[in-house]
Write a protein that binds this ligand. Structure first.
Ligand code: FAD
Length: 283
């Protein structure tokens, strides 16, 4: 990121009872875009951790790119964290996104040894210095935070604990994103920022993900939802065009990295990349 804008993808592991084959096929298609890394999500409450490890291992063994594992504090005691981090390192996975994690239904706390991501970052930095550590950033404020200022102070704690770069939550409002960047820089957060782009592909998930994270739905996106909400094909077409424009807006603003949440849908992502001309941007 210090030399040029990085370009990367996020995938999620299949459910325990589902085959790995479709995701392995998806990864093969994603490698074609020469991503700098591919990150893999970690199920809330440590569910699917085996699957997460399998995916990270497959990415590592492909030799095509760097796997970045997501990792959370939810339900995790230090002993388990130590064992799992050792397992990742043995597999050659030394890039991690250190998160608190979302609480499973009915939980009010992590029920682990760490309450917040900054404590996990500190633990990893102290005990496993070989990890490159990403931390989460919320351009429109984390939904549980009292204020943007307070949330930024907590982001600063993650930098001070040893985070290497920030991966951001979805944010469709580029002006809000720009404001957040200005504010975090004023607060002394100097880490590079990897901007997370959530493609707009279908109505319900788009609404669910923005609302559950307390993020804005700008007018242009609201119009797409209103106009094409009952026609999945038209929605997807307009949503992809919207996503391409969003990527341009981000790149024009000057970001350190572009991280596409693929939702494991490589064909749609391929269309977006082609239309945004990202390969040539990267080169
Ligand atoms: P924190 O940094 O701990 O922040 C959580 C809340 O606590 C914020 O409101 C913050 O302001 C406040 N806070 C932080 N530190 C302190 C402190 N020291 N004292 C008091 N308050 C504090 N979730 C998953 O379960 N699995 C995933 O794979 C996953 N991937 C993600 C990928 C990205 C790029 C992002 C942005 C999020 C991802 N999440 C994932 C969701 C994430 O776990 C949630 O947003 C979660 O609610 C907060 O995680 P965090 O690491 O930002 O927590």
């Amino acid at each position: 990121m210090k030399k040029r804008m990085s370009f990367s993808f996020e995938v999620f592991p299949p459910k325990a009872e589902q085959s790995m084959e479709p995701l392995l096929d998806t990864l093969e298609h994603l490698y074609a875009y020469k991503p700098d890394f591919i990150s893999c999500t970690y199920g809330a409450g440590g569910t699917n951790v085996g699957r997460n490890m399998e995916i990270c291992k497959a990415i590592k063994e492909s030799g095509k790119t760097i796997p970045v594992t997501h990792y959370t504090c939810i339900g995790n005691k230090k002993e388990k964290i130590r064992e799992e981090l050792e397992t990742y390192l043995k597999m050659g996975v030394n890039h991690i996104l250190a998160l608190r994690g979302d609480f499973p239904k009915g939980w009010q706390e992590t029920r682990g040894d760490f309450d917040h991501a900054n404590e996990l970052v500190e633990y990893i930095r102290t005990n496993f210095p070989e990890f490159c550590i990403a931390v989460a950033g919320n351009p429109e404020k984390h939904i549980q935070a009292g204020s943007l200022k307070e949330d930024i102070a907590h982001l600063r704690l993650k930098q001070d604990a040893g985070g290497d770069y920030i991966m951001t939550q979805l944010c469709y409002d580029v002006k809000n994103y720009q404001h957040w960047v200005e504010q975090i820089r004023k607060a002394g957060v100097t880490l590079p920022i990897d901007a997370g782009i959530m493609p707009v592909l279908s109505k319900d998930p788009t609404i669910r993900m923005t609302v559950s994270n307390g993020c804005s739905i700008p007018k242009e996106l609201a119009e797409i939802i209103g106009k094409y909400g009952d026609s999945p094909e038209d929605f997807k077409k307009a949503g992809k065009e919207y996503t391409v424009k969003l990527i341009y807006d981000y790149i024009n603003m000057g970001i350190d990295g572009l991280h596409i949440y693929t939702l494991n849908k490589w064909q749609d992502v391929a269309d977006i990349i082609k239309n945004a001309g990202i390969r040539s941007i990267k080169e």
